[in-house]
Design a binder for this molecule. Structure first.
Ligand SMILES: *Cc1c(COP(=O)(O)O)cnc(C)c1O
Length: 397
């Protein structure tokens, strides 16, 4: 079958919840993806922040193959060594104390919400607690995660969602304070807002939130699903300012392609929230998924991923900043490390389509923002190659 025929079959069989680009992938290698007609694409999307190590990393593939030949799945009613290894490594890089493995980011957010509610329930003995979330946030598509997602368009048709959620403005401490009541049990936010348009939390905002949480015994939940795992040049974005959450979520690049997520918490929260029977998952933390996480952690060290993000991220920043200054129609440049955005004075769909035609994958973050979220192995040469194509798309757009 040719590409068009595959696409027709896909559109006849799959639920239409995505407007897909007309590409059918065959394989990937490093920074590049190849479609079934052999066309090569430079990838600045990385499956939306998933494929941190680039495609077809041999050591990663071999680790998965070795685990497949041992055992793929057992049950959370038993122990498995990959899960123990993965949990230890996650604790070490995050400084958190306890780990719960999930199958996706949204499920990690669900777990974090449950842990926060249980913590407040054990403390107060009542169940009407509130959570403060941010406008323009994104936490996933399940009902709980959607409840704290600050995008009415995503939520509206599915109401009623879980109740007692109040929204505040990101990077505006007074607006958060105004939503605090004696029922507030948690504040949830992304350390860098991703889908909402690439907005890093300011140091002041994070510090003020942390102090407020400490004063009122409110739990701070940081969603690091997109901005974590080295993407900002720090293993977790909050480490840039040392403002530690009580509960943290991570996913996307944690498994580098194997569907996994995780929520982590401090010992204090762990001792005073979820306990036997409170939460579970069939697949979460299975040996195959955890073999992936464990290998990803090792490869982050071996390939010096954080150093590369700092170097390539700074280079990307410089290039985009220069471009933003000289190019009409660009209204802002934001971001950190390898999570950056260029905001335009009009929708960016047309520019992205042109780039795709020319063999460069880009993705938006909201209507007017192009998001740059490449594999974390990207080098200056590939940044240059990306810039060249981008510029050619904008001059003709
Ligand atoms: C992608 C994302 C999620 C949801 O993760 P899924 O694996 O798609 O469920 C949640 N929070 C943030 C910040 C994300 O970027």
């Amino acid at each position: 079958m040719n590409m068009k025929e595959y696409i027709n079959e896909a559109e006849a069989a799959l639920l239409h919840t995505y407007n897909r680009y007309p590409i059918v992938w065959d394989r990937g290698d490093g920074m590049y993806l190849y479609d079934i007609e052999g066309k090569k694409y430079l990838d600045f999307v990385s499956g939306i922040g998933v494929f941190a190590l680039g495609y077809n990393n041999q050591a990663y593939n071999d680790a998965l193959k070795a685990q497949i030949d041992k055992v793929i799945h057992t049950s959370n009613y038993y122990y498995n060594i990959p899960a123990i290894d993965a949990a230890k490594k996650l604790k070490k890089v995050s400084g958190m104390d306890r780990v719960f493995f999930t199958n996706s980011g949204a499920e990690a957010v669900e777990g974090a919400i449950k842990a926060a509610r249980k913590y407040a329930f054990l403390r107060d003995g009542h169940t009407d607690h509130e959570i403060i979330a941010m406008q323009h946030s994104f936490h996933g598509r399940t009902m709980g995660a959607l409840s704290v997602t600050g995008n009415p368009h995503y939520r509206e048709a599915f109401e009623p969602l879980i109740g007692n959620i109040r929204f505040a403005d990101f990077n505006d401490f007074d607006s958060v304070k105004a939503q605090v009541t004696d029922k507030t049990c948690a504040i949830i936010m992304e350390t860098v807002q991703g889908e909402g348009g690439i907005y890093p939390a300011t140091e002041d905002f994070l510090r003020q939130i942390r102090a407020l949480c400490d004063e009122k015994d409110i739990l701070l939940i940081l969603d690091e699903i997109q901005c974590g795992m080295g993407r900002t040049g720090f293993m977790y974005a909050w480490q840039r300012f040392g403002v530690k959450p009580d509960i943290m979520t991570s996913a996307k690049a944690v498994g580098c392609g194997v569907p996994v997520g995780v929520f982590l918490m401090t010992e204090r929260v762990a001792q005073n929230s979820l306990t036997s029977g409170d939460h579970g998952t069939t697949y979460g933390g299975n040996p195959l998924a955890c073999a992936a996480i464990s290998k990803v952690m090792d490869l982050f060290d071996e390939l010096k991923i954080l150093e590369n993000v700092q170097e390539s991220g700074a280079y990307l920043y410089e290039k985009l900043e220069y471009f933003a200054q000289k190019q009409q129609g660009i209204t802002a440049h934001r971001g950190i490390g390898l999570l950056q955005g260029l905001e335009f004075d009009k929708p960016v769909g047309e520019i992205i389509n042109k780039a795709v035609d020319k063999g460069l994958l880009l993705i938006n973050a909201g209507t007017n923002v192009i998001r740059f979220i490449p594999p974390l192995i990207v080098t200056k040469n590939e940044v240059d190659a990306m810039m060249e194509i981008l510029e050619s798309c904008i001059y003709t757009a």
